[in-house]
Design a binder for this molecule. Structure first.
Ligand code: HMG
Ligand code: MG
Length: 300
């Protein structure tokens, strides 16, 4: 299969990245990060989550972040909403696109959102209804598609079933998350092969964490399977509070560098993106996890 000419990047750093940080990060720094990312040409930015502050304290200020950002036309600013309460809070904050998140493994579903997979899908129904009434688009996530920190192996068939359900209830796209970053290229190709029988590939996205250093190889494997939407996190920020030891998503800078080398358009300005990553890394008091950013700063 030939590679796509254009890839859409979903920047999840302000949400998937920062949700895992223990130190308090001020609203102004979060707003600055989102604005730096939109200035660098990212067309889709996940700004925060409307989840229980007891479960994920770092996302508690998401409404303030939404109120503070400079909304550029043509950019989608999205939020995670696990239930109707979250959706209502998101709507009140002026959010126009949300994501619901399920898991491919029962144990992760329990730890992450305190219910079974079937219960989570049921819980999303009123979210989908209300979102539709308000003209808000809903993206779906499935976590642990290539392995679960509690249950171990996860079958591609099981992932396909959850993806099909999310699509059937109205998610315009489903992002497949290798939450603990254990997947390898062959497993990724098999996954899209199996899931692609239930959901058209143009409605699927890849969400790779880099825990085992496989994320870029997994993105390339996905491209070969016809996938053209990828989630990534500036400076490789993050992890998941319910997947101990999981590192951040693949760094957005490294994905852009890979795609540029393949002649694939993203609309992202790499130096601007690197600068956004360096700024938030200074706020966090550590070096960026992006290899491209590190190599560029070593050269300067
Ligand atoms: P629960 O305790 O079962 O919920 O949590 P509940 O309905 O029984 O409510 C308990 C309390 O939470 C109540 O407050 C509610 O008001 C409050 P209390 O009366 O005790 O003071 N509450 C809320 N507060 C704010 N916003 C809400 C909300 N809902 C209830 N929306 C719940 C269930 C889903 C709420 C909880 O488990 C939760 O918030 N989980 C979020 C976990 C999370 O955000 N995880 C990280 C994101 S997923 C991820 O990172 C993976 C991904 O990146 C893909 C990948 O990498 O694979 C997407
Ligand atoms: Mg994630």
């Amino acid at each position: 299969m030939s590679l796509p000419s254009h890839v859409r990047l979903v920047e999840v750093g302000p949400r998937d990245g920062l949700q895992n940080e223990k130190q308090p990060i001020g609203v102004a720094d979060k707003v600055r990060l989102v604005d730096d990312l939109s200035a660098a040409g990212l067309g889709y930015i996940e700004v925060g989550s409307f989840v229980s502050p007891k479960w994920v304290p770092q996302m508690a200020g998401s409404a303030e972040v939404f109120a503070g950002i400079d909304r550029r036309s043509g950019v989608t600013y999205a939020a995670l909403t696990p239930n109707l309460q979250g959706l209502e809070a998101a709507l009140a904050a002026g959010v126009r696109e949300v994501a619901v998140f399920a898991a491919a493994s029962e144990a992760f579903s329990q730890r992450n959102i305190n219910c079974s997979i079937a219960e989570s899908l049921k819980r999303f129904e009123p979210v989908m209804d209300a979102a539709q009434r308000h003209g808000v688009r809903v993206r779906g996530y499935v976590s642990c598609v290539l392995g679960c920190p509690y249950d171990g192996a996860v079958s591609a068939r099981q992932v396909a079933v959850v993806c099909r359900e999310l699509q059937a209830m109205g998610c315009y796209e489903v992002s497949l998350g290798d939450t603990i970053g254990v997947g390898t290229a062959g497993a990724v190709r098999n996954l899209f092969e199996v899931v692609g029988r239930e959901v058209p590939r143009e409605r699927l996205a890849g969400h790779f964490h880099d825990t085992y250093g496989q994320a870029l190889a997994n993105i390339y494997a996905s491209l070969l399977e016809g996938i053209a939407v990828f989630d990534a996190s500036v400076a490789g920020l993050g992890g998941c509070p319910y997947a101990r030891g999981a590192t951040g998503n693949v760094a957005s800078e490294d994905v852009v560098y890979l795609l540029q080398g393949l002649g694939i358009e993203t609309g992202v300005n790499l130096p601007g993106l690197i600068e956004a990553g360096q700024r938030i890394s200074r706020v966090l008091g550590r070096e960026s996890a992006s290899r491209v950013a590190r190599a560029r700063s070593a050269r300067e």
